[in-house]
Design a binder for this molecule. Structure first.
Ligand code: HAM
Length: 556
């Protein structure tokens, strides 16, 4: 049989690498706490229209990369049965006395036992349509009723049933009946039941989140977070999903650490200080993680009016040159000209460089806002590089946009990206709530740190002690000792009494700083033998001293 593997573009994260993931996440949480951010966790899937309306229909993410499915129309058997019984309560009612027992047997088959007309017991199967499977179930129920085992189990009901002709019926929503002969020949009747809407739940298009900003803003609106009048500073850590062509640093399930600052304008959410503070926090976080050599690329895409104006200018300029560009650019020139600036095709670069720049389309307000952001960055000493082509691949951005890139990442060189989205809340039907945020590609952060220190991947963290019981009768005592040490805060691995001493030493040497030998003598005397692998010394340690001694750092 072919073995199953993780789906292309997804992967398992295993120890010891997960230790690095945990360290990064813990550092991020600690930094976010210092900047007064609280954690938000939004669902992994959302209504598809949330992403269409925020990220934008024409973006690559929404038009080609989303994992979307129709959470299809569902047939609700309970609803049909309830409706059916409600409609004819006078005559269609459950035969309750004793039949409750029989129903527990019939229910798993999707069949109800009904006393339709007095003295005419009936098996009714409620279905989205009349199928041969439903007929088979009814026939099985009828023949099972006649089996000696069941006759014994449900004696009272069967006594009652034996006297009558048992009727078999399938109840289906109107318009879904099937007149196939197997229904007629088996004496099964089909009843079509009006009112489809009550028994089918309508479908909804759902999407695995390709990013988290839309979900955060949806939650901000849904929970009326703006009503507090406070600035909301929210961070998240979680998986995102995009059907992209997998390559180094690009996965179909990837992780983001992100944060959003959003609130009513009266709380200062529009202030350029927010932008500068977010960027300064990112520089601090990368520094604390030990990531060196990053570049902050910065731009302003202006207000939505500026963008609209620039779009027109760009569209007009592209009419002249698009025919000489790649197929994607030719399409984007018409559908979403801004995306042309993201093109990576080398031959297109000189043409793109000659196109009008968004910086020239900004109005005075946008220019002032951006100048204030860069002034604060200059004052606090966060270096940046202006890049007028940085328009980002999501449609909700206004004003400040940025990316932190890293040379070690190759083609997928963006460690993180973000920007301001002043009109997003309104676009989703919410109150005015300007905001700014970012998302770090956690997978790319890990790759960068691993490249900087290849050892982090290969060297497993060592446990403080390995306990080696000398005989299976000492296993319980060994676990008791391990429990004592673990409760004292030490990391401990446990051998097995069936191991030879040599095997215990070999196993311990690979994963532990020290080995603790637990034989009969040690147990009786309370004096344990401890070997330190770094120094090669072997010492006798009283049990009461053991935890303290094992906690001592490794000697050189
Ligand atoms: P984004 O630029 O689409 O922005 O993604 C942010 C970061 O996620 C990228 O810079 C990259 O590091 C990482 N990333 C994206 N796609 C992949 C992938 N397929 N595999 C691995 N890593 C990937 C956003 O998602 C915005 N929501 C950021 C934001 C927050 N803007 C405002 N607030």
């Amino acid at each position: 049989m072919a073995t199953l593997k993780a789906v292309r573009g997804t992967r398992d994260l295993l120890p010891p690498e997960t230790a690095l993931w945990n360290r990064i996440e813990a550092t991020a949480r600690a930094v976010f706490a210092r900047y007064n951010f609280g954690e938000i966790r939004t669902p992994i899937f959302e209504d598809t229209s949330l992403f269409a309306r925020s990220v934008g229909e024409e973006t690559d993410i929404v038009s080609k990369e989303m994992y979307t499915w129709s959470d299809g129309e569902r047939f609700d058997e309970e609803a049909l049965a309830d409706e059916w019984i409600k409609r004819g309560t006078s005559e269609k009612r459950f035969f309750v006395e004793g039949a409750a027992q029989l129903n527990t047997y019939l229910r798993p088959l999707g069949i109800r036992f009904i006393n339709h007309v007095p003295d005419q017991p009936e098996f009714v199967c409620f279905r989205p349509k009349a199928t041969s499977e439903a007929v088979d179930l009814l026939l099985k129920a009828r023949s099972d009723i006649k089996s000696p085992q069941l006759q014994q189990r449900y004696h009272a009901d069967l006594e009652y049933l034996r006297r009558f002709e048992i009727k078999l019926r399938i109840v289906v929503p109107s318009g879904t009946a099937d007149s196939a002969t197997w229904i007629d020949t088996h004496g099964v009747e089909v009843e079509q039941f009006q009112n489809r809407t009550a028994v089918f739940k309508s479908s909804q298009s759902l999407t695995l989140r390709p990013e988290n900003t839309a979900g955060v803003v949806r939650a901000y609106i849904e929970h009326k977070l703006g009503e507090s009048g406070q600035l909301q500073k929210l961070y998240y850590i979680g998986p995102q999903f995009r059907r992209e062509r997998p390559q180094k640093g690009r996965f179909r399930q990837f992780w983001q650490i992100g944060a959003e600052v959003i609130g009513p304008p009266s709380a200062g959410s529009e202030s350029s200080l927010r932008d500068a503070e977010v960027l300064e926090m990112l520089a601090t976080l990368l520094d604390e993680l030990g990531i060196t050599g990053w570049t902050l690329e910065l731009n302003s895409v202006g207000s939505s009016a500026d963008r609209e104006r620039y779009n027109q200018v760009l569209r007009a300029a592209l009419v002249e040159v698009a025919a000489k560009m790649c197929a994607d650019c030719q399409r984007r020139a018409v559908t979403n000209p801004l995306r042309v600036l993201d093109c990576k095709v080398p031959e297109d670069q000189p043409i793109i460089e000659s196109l009008p720049r968004i910086t020239d389309s900004l109005d005075q307000e946008s220019k002032k806002h951006f100048a204030a952001v860069t002034a604060v960055l200059d004052a606090v000493g966060v270096p940046y590089k202006l890049n007028s082509r940085l328009v980002r691949g999501l449609d909700y951005y206004t004003r400040t946009t940025f990316e932190f890139t890293h040379g070690g990442l190759g083609a997928q060189n963006a460690l993180l990206g973000g920007g301001r989205y002043d009109g997003l809340s309104e676009a989703l039907g919410g109150p005015k709530a300007p905001g700014i945020g970012f998302a770090i590609g956690l997978d790319r952060l890990v790759l960068t740190l691993q490249a900087a220190d290849a050892d982090q991947r290969s060297a497993p963290p060592q446990v403080d002690a390995y306990i080696a019981p000398l005989g299976e009768n000492l296993n319980a005592a060994a676990l008791a000792l391990a429990r004592e040490l673990r409760r004292a805060g030490l990391s401990v691995e446990l051998g097995d009494g069936s191991f030879r001493l040599k095997k215990s030493f070999e196993a311990a040497d690979k994963i532990a700083r020290r080995i603790v030998i637990l034989g009969e003598d040690e147990l009786q005397s309370g004096i344990l033998t401890v070997k330190d692998f770094a120094t090669g010394t072997q010492t006798k340690v009283p049990r009461a001293e053991l935890a303290r001694m094992l906690a001592l750092p490794r000697r050189p």
